[in-house]
Design a protein around this ligand. Structure first.
Ligand code: IMO
Ligand code: MG
Length: 426
């Protein structure tokens, strides 16, 4: 059986966890493959709401295997807290949660350096989540001071590595940023402790995933962030530090591209973005505030208000192309229930030119004005609807137009946070 990918098609916060949770019923294994605790994946079942930052959201399905792959940067404290919270709520992770031995670890100095960089006048302020993601990936790629999960399990090796890396980071902290140095001892002790507690979960997860596929099991790859936050294909430099696009699932989980069957791009029925960077269809002022209030658009990780705007089909076309989307999961359609009129961004006007594709150059993007197509709203509740044909005709037309403009079929529509508030189309 194949591996399928569910990933964000916009700037993150598309409702990936809800879609992953829904599709997990038909999967045996769920794996996260990039990003880290910058993700905030909210799952609602009955009266329980759980926001996942570290563990795949599939863990709420009893008996499913959940994996954190090699491509993730792991914050052990966040992961252990999440395990404890899950256990306290009655979800056991024993023998069904596995952590890659070669995943890199987020250290306290990553967060301190990230904050110092964001506040520095000589760097670009990205508006990051402050979870140490960029500096952790920087150490991984730079190679001198990367700490991997396997290092946590070997106290002597960990002590040597951390002494060296903390002294190198202290040079930067004191000399570049004029801050106090970090004390190595307490950090080393804390991370040896984390290693002991995480040890039961550590595994060769690439081998585990490939074995599951060989046995005919279905693996669901759960993306974090979104396509336009991809380090290569996103709105650089206002991006995250990993490959959020479909290729990232192969490198970050250790499975080959020939194993992948479906790639589902999760997209909101409108657009949001947190942090800095271009956003052509952003609604400023009252309209944006109305959408934010309707959708309760505040970050699940940082609580920051999300910037809100109309659906932008040019973004979806990038997503369809780069990820090879086999379908779209359209979420939060119900949030638009009260809108009398809707606008769909279909392309851009830049000077006297009309652009159909999302421009890669930020300077061009800055000069772009979205071209809108207006559609009538449906002004009726949709949360209770379970069949496409039962949606108001205007909502059906809106969904069909999104599929057409995005160049990918819609396989699922979400009309509420609950697992069953879902309209399957495929
Ligand atoms: P989920 O998985 C939305 C954004 C940050 C910032 C940029 C870089 O919940 O969809 P980082 O901390 O990653 O270095 O920040 O990326 N960002 C997200 N935005 N959803 C997320 O995750 C995000 N993770 C990072 O706001 O603009
Ligand atoms: Mg989020």
């Amino acid at each position: 059986m194949p591996a399928n990918i569910v990933l964000g098609a916009q700037w993150g916060d598309e409702g990936k966890a809800k879609v992953v949770d829904y599709l997990t019923s038909a999967a045996d294994v769920v794996v996260r493959y990039q990003g880290g605790a910058n993700a905030g994946h909210t799952v609602v079942t009955g009266d329980t709401e759980f926001i996942f930052h570290a563990i795949p959201s599939g863990i709420m399905h009893e008996g499913k295997i959940c994996v954190v792959g090699n491509g993730v940067v792991v914050d052990p404290a966040v992961m252990l807290d999440e395990i404890a919270e899950l256990e306290a709520k009655g979800f056991s992770v024993a023998n069904r949660f596995f952590l890659s031995q070669v995943a890199h670890v987020v250290m306290p100095y990553h967060k301190v350096l990230e904050k110092a960089g964001e506040e520095s006048e000589t760097s670009v302020a990205i508006g990051t989540t402050g979870r140490g993601i960029g500096p952790a990936y920087r150490d991984k790629v730079e190679r001198s001071h990367g700490v991997r999960v396997m290092d946590l399990l070997d106290p002597a090796r960990l002590r040597d590595k951390l002494r060296a890396s903390i002294s190198a980071k202290n040079e930067i902290l004191t000399k570049v940023f004029g801050q106090e140095p970090l004390e190595a001892g307490p950090i080393i002790d804390a991370y040896i402790g984390y290693g002991q507690r995480l040890a039961p979960y550590v595994a060769d997860t690439s081998a585990l995933l490939n074995q599951a596929l060989d046995q005919g099991k279905t693996v669901l790859c759960e993306g974090a962030q979104g396509t336009l936050l991809d380090i290569d294909h996103g709105t650089y430099p206002y991006v995250t530090s990993s490959n959020t696009t479909a290729g990232g699932a192969c490198t970050g989980a250790g499975i080959g591209p020939t194993r992948i069957a479906e790639v589902v791009g999760v997209t909101k029925a409108y657009t949001t973005r947190v942090g800095n960077g271009p956003f052509p269809t952003e609604l400023l002022g009252e309209e944006g505030e109305r959408l934010r209030a309707l959708g309760r658009e505040f970050g699940a990780t940082t609580g920051r208000p999300r910037r809100c705007g109309w659906f932008d089909a040019a973004i979806l076309r990038v997503s369809t192309r780069i990820n090879g989307l086999t379908s779209i999961a359209l979420t939060r359609l119900d949030i638009l229930d009260q809108c009398e009129h809707l606008k769909l961004g279909i392309g851009y006007r830049c000077g006297d030119q009309v652009l159909e594709e999302f421009p890669a150059d930020p300077q061009v993007l800055e000069q772009c004005e979205p071209i809108y197509e207006e559609m009538a709203g449906w002004c009726a509740p949709t949360t209770h609807v379970r069949r496409f044909d039962d949606l108001p005709p205007q909502a059906q037309a809106y969904v069909k137009r999104i599929a057409e403009l995005s160049r990918a079929p819609v396989s699922l529509i979400s009309v509420g946070p609950e697992r069953d508030a879902t309209i399957p189309l495929a």
